[in-house]
Write a protein that binds this ligand. Sequence first.
Ligand code: GDP
Length: 430
Amino acid sequence: MNIAVLGAQWGDEGKGKIVDLLTPNFSIVARYQGGHNAGHTVYAGGRKFVLRLLPSGILHDGITCVIGNGVVVDPQALFAEIDELAKAGISIGDRLIVSDKAHLILPYHRELDLLSEARRGERRIGTTSRGIGPAYEDKIARRGVRVGDMANTDTLSSAIRHNVEARNRLIGDSVMDADQVLADLRAAWTRMAPWVADVSLFLSRARADGRSIMFEGAQGTLLDIDHGTYPYVTSSNATIGGVCTGLGLPPRAIDGVLGVAKAYTTRVGEGPLPTELTGDLGNRLRETGQEFGAVTGRPRRCGWYDAVALRYAVRVNGLDALALTKLDVLDGMEELQICTSYRCHGKTLTEFPGEIAQLGACEPVYESLPGWTHPTAGARRYADLPKAAQGYIARLEELTGVPAAVLSTGSAREDTIIRDESVAAAWFGK
Ligand code: GDP
């Protein structure tokens, strides 16, 4: 059984925890897109780990972790993460496979990221400035440098010299030394080479051997380059299609799709957010939910659960079920709102609009539900949830059309309810 776990909202849904929970039931965890802008927070054995590039499965002994061709790799960021884990006693050994076709993030990409955000001024995207966007730009413009290119001194040298010259022409106030970039890459290759392989081949052989794979998404559906709220999106396909293109696997390799969503909504960076709460309620969600970026520390914008956006995520990804996280953050709120449709220029919309100006003009139409006083925090059985929380979950399921198979009531692995009768019970080995 191969399952994809991906974000159903604007990222930061708590995928790290859910992937970590599921991992023991799989043999391989594979990332298919994004870079080290992802920031998955996992609490394991009382310790906090923030994983950026490595799949969260790396925290489990014996699990092979894969970085697919759809991911962009900054070698220094990868090594820093591996070293950090080594300090905590977690060794990677031969448990990592990096695609030879993954594109490299190079020093000039980071500079170009900062420059392009500065030039955008008011129209800035709110990127993490790690060079991820420019690395994908180079990939599409067919001047990118791939991990496997590091093995070939001539190919590497001519590509780097060409790109560094272009960068020096563009950024006039400083000069980057191509020889230094090449020397750093040669050193990086010495360390990285043992992990580099043809990921498509590795995974297809693994499937033939009956090994099960979890596909781990980064960011979320509404940040997808094609299906998200363009242009306020990330540079890769975070939605389900990214699994095939980002790993070199056929669609039939995916047996199930679990969408991760918060019991409310957040987004970081710019762009429309129809259910955004700017006053006390927004602050309260942010403080209680600790809604500050795992990588950048930026405060996240918070709002009510948006069932229109969730229905869209169900449609685009073919979600079989949801893992609903952070239910505990709503504890103690008197009344809760769920956005059931939008009002836009006098019309009611029940489908998520594809055009950003239209989304920006949408007002949420809310349905009110009673809150609960008895806490859900730390609940581990559905029956222990207050009736109002059960009612809230049931209504979300009705409105989104998929079961909330997994409920998360805290950041620890144990603070989770896996509903026995649900499709996801088998995925969780229940
Ligand atoms: P990801 O990128 O989707 O993995 O999400 P992040 O790691 O950026 O954000 C999720 C944060 O919420 C992490 O700090 C998690 O430990 C925390 N978290 C996950 N699930 C829950 C939950 O059910 N309740 C609470 N209170 N925190 C949670």
